[in-house]
Design a binder for this molecule. Structure first.
Ligand SMILES: Cc1cc2nc3c(=O)[nH]c(=O)nc-3n(C[C@H](O)[C@H](O)[C@H](O)COP(=O)(O)OP(=O)(O)OC[C@H]3O[C@@H](n4cnc5c(N)ncnc54)[C@H](O)[C@@H]3O)c2cc1C
Length: 378
C-alpha cells in the first residue's frame, strides 16, 4: 500500500460496516495507518450507490471552500491509490461541459473569472478546440468548459479491486452476507449474533436501509435522493473526457447562482426531475448516462421513460449520430445533507463510545470517499 500515512493505528482493531465506497475507503485508510480491519457487508456483493454511479471524480462544480478542498484532496488520494491498485482504473481524463447557447457560455465565462478557477484547471474552449481534444462529440454545441482536474474510476470493479489489495496485507477480514442489527460501545453486532469489537467502529451503510440501520438514521439531517441512470452499447470509439451539458450548471454549487440568474427555466419534466446530462465512458466502451434527481419517497419504485428520453436526446444533441443505443437502465439512491437542517458536506456522528456513523456525501460520495475516510482517522 502506498499512501505512506503515519502508523498511528498499529495494534488497533477497526470494524467497518458497509461495503460501499465509504466503508471500503475507511477500511483502506485504516490499513494504511497500520490497523487490523474487520469489514462487514449485508449483501453477498455490494449493490448500493457505489456500484450504480458514473465513477466521476468530479471537482469542477464543487462549492468554494471546504467542499472543493476535500474534493481536490480526494482526487489526489484516488490517483495515489491507483498506483497500488491499478484495477480501480483511475483516469485523469478531465471533463467538458458542452455549451449550446450564449447564456450557457456566459455562465462558463463567469466561472472562469472566479478565484477557484485555476485550482480546477478551467479553460473555455471553442468548438474546434473541443473537437481536437474529444473528436467524438460531433453534435450541436458552441464551446466547452474544460475542467482539467476531473477524473474517473471504474465503479463496478473498484470495490473488489480495493478488497483484493486489502486482503494482501494479511490484516484485513471481510465478511459478506452479514447484516448489522445492533451497536454497543466499541462493537457492532451482526444478524448471527456475532459481536465484532474494535477500538473504533465505523457504520457506512449508505441509503438503502431497513430495520435497525434505518432507525439509526431517522433523526439525522439527511435525505434520500433517487436517480435514474442508463448505459449504452459500446461506442466503438473513445470519449476522451467526461461530458456534461449546460443544465448541470443549475445543480452544482459553483455555478448555480449564475445559472439561476442567466439561464432560462428548464421545461417542466426536466425541472421536476432536476435533469442534467452527465456521460462517462466505461472501460468496455459503453457510456454511463444520466441523471434525474427526486426525493426517495416511500412507494416510488418505477422509472418512467420520459425523463430518460430527455437525457438521451440531450446526449444525442452533443455526440451526434454516433450516440449508441441504450442497453440497460437502473435507479440508485444516495443520502445527502438536508440543506434546510445542516450546512455540513457530509455526516459523521458518534452514536456510542468509539462508534461513528458516516454518510450524507450525496452526489459527490464517490469523489470524496478517500478524503472523508482520511478525516475519520485524524
Ligand atoms: C446513480 C448514482 C450516480 C452517482 N454518481 C456519482 C459520481 O459519478 N460521482 C460521485 O462522486 N458520486 C456519485 N454518486 C454518489 C455516490 O455514489 C454515493 O455518495 C456513494 O456511493 C455512497 O457510498 P456509501 O458507501 O455510503 O453507500 P453504498 O454504496 O450504498 O454502500 C452502503 C453499503 O452498506 C451495506 N449495508 C446497508 N445496510 C447494512 C447493514 N445493516 N449491515 C451491513 N451492511 C449494510 C449495503 O449493502 C451497501 O453495500 C452517485 C450516486 C448514485 C445513486
Amino acid at each position: 500500500m502506498t499512501l505512506e500515512l503515519d502508523a498511528t493505528l498499529v495494534g488497533e482493531r477497526v470494524v467497518v460496516v458497509g461495503g460501499g465506497i465509504l466503508g471500503t475507503m475507511h477500511a483502506y485508510i485504516a490499513l494504511e495507518h497500520g490497523a487490523e480491519v474487520v469489514h462487514l457487508e449485508r449483501d453477498h456483493v455490494p449493490m448500493g450507490a457505489s456500484v450504480r454511479n458514473f465513477g466521476l471524480v468530479w471537482v469542477s462544480g464543487r462549492a468554494e471552500g471546504r467542499e472543493t478542498v476535500l474534493a481536490l484532496r480526494a482526487r489526489d488520494l484516488w490517483e495515489s491509490i491507483s498506483m497500488d491498485v491499478p484495477d480501480i482504473r483511475f483516469r485523469a481524463n478531465g471533463s467538458f461541459t458542452l455549451l449550446t447557447s450564449d447564456e450557457e457560455c456566459e455562465v462558463a465565462r463567469r466561472a472562469l473569472s472566479r478565484p477557484g478557477s485555476a485550482q480546477r484547471g478551467f479553460d473555455l474552449m471553442n468548438r474546434a478546440e473541443v473537437l481536437m481534444r474529444n473528436p467524438i462529440v460531433k453534435g450541436n454545441f458552441l464551446a466547452g468548459l474544460f475542467c482539467e482536474r476531473d477524473a474517473a474510476v471504474e465503479s463496478r470493479v473498484a470495490l473488489s479491486a480495493l478488497r483484493h489489495a486489502m486482503i494482501a496485507t494479511g490484516r484485513y477480514t471481510y465478511y459478506s452476507g452479514r447484516e448489522l442489527v445492533g451497536l454497543r460501545d466499541g462493537a457492532a453486532v451482526d444478524h448471527r449474533g456475532v459481536v465484532h469489537s474494535g477500538d473504533r467502529v465505523f457504520v457506512c451503510v449508505g441509503a438503502s436501509l431497513s430495520g435497525f440501520a434505518r432507525e439509526l438514521f431517522e433523526s439525522e439531517p439527511i435525505r434520500g435522493v433517487r436517480l435514474q441512470m442508463a448505459e449504452t452499447e459500446p461506442l466503438g470509439d473513445t470519449l476522451t473526457t467526461s461530458v456534461a451539458n449546460g443544465d448541470s450548471f443549475r445543480y452544482y454549487p459553483q455555478f448555480r447562482a449564475d445559472a439561476l440568474e442567466v439561464l432560462p427555466e428548464q421545461e417542466s419534466t426536466s425541472s421536476h426531475y432536476a435533469i442534467q446530462l452527465l456521460m462517462q465512458q466505461r472501460c468496455h466502451g459503453g457510456i454511463t448516462i444520466g441523471d434525474t434527481h427526486e426525493g426517495d419517497r416511500p412507494g416510488v419504485f418505477d422509472a418512467p421513460d420520459r425523463p430518460m428520453d430527455i437525457i438521451v436526446g440531450a446526449a444525442r444533441q452533443l455526440i451526434g449520430p454516433a450516440m449508441p443505443r441504450i442497453e440497460r437502465r437502473w435507479t440508485g439512491v444516495y443520502h445527502q445533507m438536508d440543506p434546510t437542517r445542516s450546512d455540513e458536506v457530509y455526516l459523521r456522528r458518534d452514536v456510542a463510545v468509539g462508534v461513528s456513523i458516516v454518510t450524507g456525501a450525496g452526489g459527490r460520495g464517490m469523489t470524496l470517499a478517500p478524503a472523508i475516510a482520511e478525516e475519520s482517522f485524524t
